[in-house]
Design a protein around this ligand. Sequence first.
Ligand SMILES: [Zn+2]
Length: 452
Amino acid sequence: MRIAIAWSITIAAFLGVAAPLGAQTPPPASTLFQNVRIFDGTGRPLSEPSHVLVRGSRIERISSTPIVSDRPADAVVIDGGGRTLMPGLIDMHWHTLMVRPTPAALLTGDVGHLNLLAGAEATATLMRGFTTVRDMGGPAFGLKRAIDEGTIAGPRIYPSGAIISVTSGHGDFRQPFELPRVLGAPQSRGEQIGAAMIADSPDEVRVRVREQLLQGASQIKLTAGGGVSSPHSPLDASTFTEAELRAAVEAAENWGTYVAVHAYTPVSIKRAIAAGVKCIEHAHLMDEATAKLIADSGVWLSTQPFPDEIVEVYAPGSVERAKAQAVLAGMDRTFTLAKKYRIKVAFGTDILFSAKQAQDQGALLAKVTRWYSPAEALAMATGTNAQLLALSGERNPYPGKLGVVEEGALADLLLVDGDPIANIRLIEEPAKNLLVIMKDGKIHKNTLPKGP
Ligand SMILES: [Zn+2]
């Protein structure tokens, strides 16, 4: 008994010390952007020259006439010189822990090293102007905490926790020698690090979903069909049964949030929608009837303009490479159908296993202009994406409005050296063209030439 008490005191003391670690210096009391034209995140044309006052973490005032700061001593004044002020970009399909390592390093490497790689990539992500990412699977909780505490710079993270899959499904990276799986036996490596969890019945699905929610998942991610990067799942395979999907939806909805599923094919998409899933990821192999179903049911489509280079991270002649090619071939049709049926489309990139490709995160948004206007593409990656983030309801880790420039919204802002509607390719070179990057009211970058 005495030992138990001593232990709990020790743990409490430890937690007490742990909590304030990395407490950040408070943001400036206020920042005043003068003479900026605003892209407000809705797709409307740029505003007339305006002035925007940020106080703390929020946009306090927007005015077409000069704003006189009531506390000029501690206000940072940024003369925008007629440049564009827009919301920070949002990537709705990101894997913070899986961008930089190779697949082998992810599954066999040291977890500390993986987290340090992810931290460096998170800072790079923010410096590309992406102030928020929705993490669609992987052990991102620790990284999220370190960013939120201010220990390292990075985007806001909406974590899903582990990808939940079935035995043989997308996300099951086990080798045949690890079979059979016995209930209660030690977990596989991917499960131990929280990258993916295997569930083969509605009951197991409920456990896995609730485990992610316990850790702070803002939404849940399941794989409803085969995928590119996993060795065992053919693209045409459907994995979870409708009852299993429904168990996940029920557990997530009981917690006030929603389920998103990875699904390429009509069968897997239809089954997910029937089970109450609110967001389909990818859908690169969908047909016309499925597009219509997505539109009619009001479900979100979170899809990606994959770069041709995605095939290159897989070995020539490999099954994974062939699957990547099949998905690429369906991309044009998917975007075309999405536009035709006015599906609610969210923008994301899903860049995996390539720090080099991650540098093209903005270029991939520019690629959306093959199907949508520049204003529509920019709205997709800001205001529209934020509407999907809001589906997390009470589980939203960052209450407040994101993706828009309006009074009261959270102050995630970019000052662009030019007009991104006239030239969306400005966002392809963030180092050069994003002169100010602000997240949560804090300036993370300011390379504006100093005035006289
Ligand atoms: Zn993904």
